[in-house]
Design a protein around this ligand. Structure first.
Ligand SMILES: N[C@@H](CCC(=O)N[C@@H](CS)C(=O)NCC(=O)O)C(=O)O
Length: 203
C-alpha cells in the first residue's frame, strides 16, 4: 500500500493523477499548508524538505520506500505499474524531454508565479515576466500538439506531468489566446477517469 501525503496543489495532484492512472491503490493523508503541517517533526521525517507531495510505499520491491518530488513519484508509479513509459529507447527519450520540460520549465515557472502572487506586495513586473514565460511555453507546447496527439506521440508520463500546470492556469491559457491544440489535449486528459479522480485529491 502507498501512503500519499498531499494538498490541493498542482504538484500534489500530479502525484494523485499518476497513482490513479497507474492503478496503484493509495491512502491519502491531507496536509493543511496554511497550518504549516508540512513542517511538523513527524512529516519532516518523511520529507525533510518540508513540502508535499511525498509517498511511503510499504510494499516497494526491496523494502519500504519514502519518496518526495512529484516528478519522481510520477516516474516511480509508471515504473511500478509498467505504464506510460515508452519501451522504445528513442520514444522514451522523447517522453523524458517533454517530462522535464513540464517539470523544470513549466511547473517551476507556475510555482514561482504562485509564490509571487502570495506576497503581500504582489510584484507586478516579476509576475508579468513569469506570465509571459509561461505563456510562451504554452505556445511551444501548442505547436507540438499541432503535430502529435500527445507530447511524445503516445500518451506518456510527460502528459500527466504537464496537465496539472495547464489545468491550474486556465486564465493564462485564455489570455494567451490561440492555444486550440493545447485546449484539445487538456480536454482529452480531463475526460480520463484517472485524471478526473486524481485532480479531486485531496477531497
Ligand atoms: N518540485 C517539488 C515542489 C514541491 C512544492 O513546492 N510543494 C509545495 C506545494 S505545491 C509545498 O509543499 N509548499 C510548502 C512549503 O514549501 O512550505 C515537487 O514537484 O514536488
Amino acid at each position: 500500500m502507498i501512503d500519499l501525503y498531499t494538498a490541493a496543489t498542482g504538484n500534489g495532484r500530479r502525484a494523485s493523477v499518476m497513482l490513479e492512472e497507474c492503478g496503484l491503490p493509495y491512502t491519502v493523508h491531507k496536509l493543511d499548508l496554511t497550518k504549516s503541517e508540512q513542517k511538523t517533526p513527524a512529516y519532516l521525517k518523511i520529507n525533510p524538505a518540508g513540502a508535499i507531495p511525498a509517498i511511503v510505499d510499504t510494499e516497494a520491491a526491496g523494502g519500504p520506500l519514502t519518496l518526495a518530488q512529484s516528478g519522481a513519484i510520477a516516474l516511480y508509479a509508471c515504473e511500478k505499474s509498467g505504464r506510460f513509459l515508452p519501451r522504445d529507447a528513442a520514444k522514451r527519450a522523447a517522453a523524458m524531454q517533454w517530462f522535464l520540460h513540464a517539470m523544470s520549465d513549466q511547473a517551476a515557472s507556475s510555482g514561482a508565479l504562485f509564490r509571487l502572487g502570495s506576497l503581500p506586495e504582489k510584484p507586478a513586473a516579476a509576475i508579468s515576466s513569469f506570465e509571459t514565460r509561461l505563456g510562451d511555453m504554452f505556445r511551444y507546447v501548442n505547436n507540438r500538439l499541432g503535430q502529435a496527439e500527445y507530447l511524445a506521440d503516445e500518451l506518456s508520463v510527460a502528459d500527466f506531468a504537464l496537465y496539472p500546470v495547464v489545468a491550474s492556469r486556465t486564465a493564462l491559457v485564455e489570455s494567451t489566446g490561440g492555444l486550440d491544440n493545447l485546449k484539445r489535449w487538456a480536454a482529452a486528459l480531463a475526460a480520463r477517469p484517472g485524471v478526473a479522480k486524481g485532480m479531486k485529491v485531496p477531497a
